[in-house]
Design a protein around this ligand. Structure first.
Ligand SMILES: *Cc1c(COP(=O)(O)O)cnc(C)c1O
Length: 436
């Protein structure tokens, strides 16, 4: 597999280089030079395959010889070891639940695959890989649980004190082994600033092998294509076609993976990007003008992004052709008030509790149906997280109906461990130097 940079089409790197660099030096993003089309026979029989089997087919086509088949199969069976069921909610409306992994969010797909790929490429006697992550909640849990126990890796997570939910904090602070949590007396931006300073620090880079494992890593994007194919397989089994995927979006990695799957031959009628008031993309789709804005805080906080980092990937997938993109993708935005109304409506009509991000996707599906008068298509909205991760958003009655899954319930009994730290870089640097 060869990859180029979205800032330089002539650049060519191999897959391991792209994985360990995360980002090219020119600050573009890595994209596959060749986007293979899966053969029609496979697509036509896809309903006979399981999720790991589908994942293996898709990954082999993209990665080519980057990882030999037997090794790739082991990586996938280990990483993709939970389901992504499509449930029927009403008429032609379906929910694709992506929260059955260990951190209860779709980011588990990306983080688990990436961690195992990194572990695979790290040769036995190589220097330990130090993964640094700043998190406002969801990313940290997925990365922590993704790397837990992966040999030759050590993860340091920085999170803002008092600003992540209880469950999120438990997911960060109860792992032990190769996972370290730091509770920063500051904001998420302070955490991110500390990580950035570490990457820019000469001494640290000399003594440690640092990587960011962040959401723009190509090894996080690839596994997110798997569940789009798998959702199609489940719906095909039921004789459903004309699929409209509705994706709650922040950095637009999830929907970028859907569009990549589409370019690989997945039959999709329409993509719909659902956002909160951080609506850079819906505004672009409507006006053709792309203008980023500073982010605004909302209930769907994993989507509080004013400048979506994966946007350049999406434009590249469409060769910068705005009108081609506008035909395949629509976008709608919703306020916090509408989000709460959505949560209520889904609960009252279907007895289903949706997290705020998921509720926004459901709202967008309804809006799409209204605007286009399209009632016939099969609408699939992606549920990106389990509602128990966002307990403070729900009214009492709904909250009482949120079941906490076993893998989280057991965390409450575990010992929490985090190192308290101020926001000065000196503190963080001397902490990291104790690893040497
Ligand atoms: C990260 C996240 C999103 C946004 O996904 P992107 O790939 O950044 O668009 C949506 N919902 C939840 C619950 C998330 O954790």
């Amino acid at each position: 597999m060869k990859l180029y940079s979205t800032n330089n089409r002539d650049l060519r790197v191999d897959f391991p280089t792209a994985v360990f660099n995360s980002m090219p030096l020119d600050k573009g993003l890595y994209m596959p030079v060749d986007i293979p089309r899966l053969n029609q026979e496979f697509i036509d029989q896809i309903d006979q395959y399981s999720l790991p089997q589908i994942a293996f087919k898709v990954a082999s086509a993209l990665l080519k010889d980057a990882i030999p088949a037997t090794d790739l199969k082991i990586i996938i069976d280990d990483a993709i070891n939970f389901d992504a069921p499509v449930l029927r909610l009403a008429d032609n409306d379906y929910v694709l639940e992506l929260f059955h992994g260990p951190s209860l969010a779709f980011k588990d797909f990306g983080a688990r695959f990436m961690s195992r790929v990194m572990g695979y490429f790290l040769k036995k006697n190589e220097q330990m890989l130090d993964v640094l992550v700043a998190t406002s909640g969801d990313t940290g849990g997925a990365v922590a649980l993704g790397f837990l126990g992966v040999e030759n890796t050590r993860v340091t997570i920085l999170y803002p004190k008092g600003k992540v939910s209880d469950i999120q904090e438990l997911q960060l602070c109860t792992n032990g082994q190769n996972i370290h949590a730091i509770e920063v007396d500051g904001t998420f931006d302070d955490c991110q600033h500390l990580v950035k300073q570490a990457f820019a620090d000469e001494e640290l880079n000399k003594k440690l092998r640092l990587t960011s494992a962040n959401s723009i890593n190509i090894a996080r994007l690839i596994p997110q294509t798997f569940y789009y194919f798998n959702a199609y397989a489940q719906l095909r089994q039921q004789g459903k076609k004309d699929i409209v995927f509705v994706v709650p979006s922040g950095n637009f990695g999830n929907i970028a993976a859907g569009l990549l799957a589409y370019r690989m031959g997945l039959p999709v009628k329409q993509f719909v990007a659902a956002t909160n008031v951080n609506d850079t993309v819906p505004r672009f789709l409507e006006t053709g003008v792309y203008q980023t804005r500073p982010s605004v805080q909302t209930y769907a906080n994993a989507m509080d992004v004013g400048a979506p980092s994966n946007w350049v990937r999406i434009m590249d997938l469409f060769n910068q052709d705005k009108s081609a993109l506008q035909q395949v993708m629509k976008g709608y935005r919703f306020t916090d008030e509408e989000t709460l109304e959505g949560i209520d409506a889904i609960y009252n009509e279907f007895n289903y509790v949706a997290c705020p991000h998921t509720a926004i996707a459901w709202l967008a599906l309804q809006e799409y149906r209204m605007e286009t008068a399209d009632q016939e298509s099969t609408g699939v909205f992606l549920s990106t997280a389990h509602p128990c991760k966002f307990p403070d958003v729900f009214p009492k009655e709904i909250k009482a109906n949120v079941q906490v899954p076993e893998q989280v319930a057991v965390l409450v009994k575990k010992q929490k461990h985090a190192t308290a730290m101020d926001t000065s870089f000196e503190s963080f640097k001397s902490y990291l130097l104790t690893f040497c």
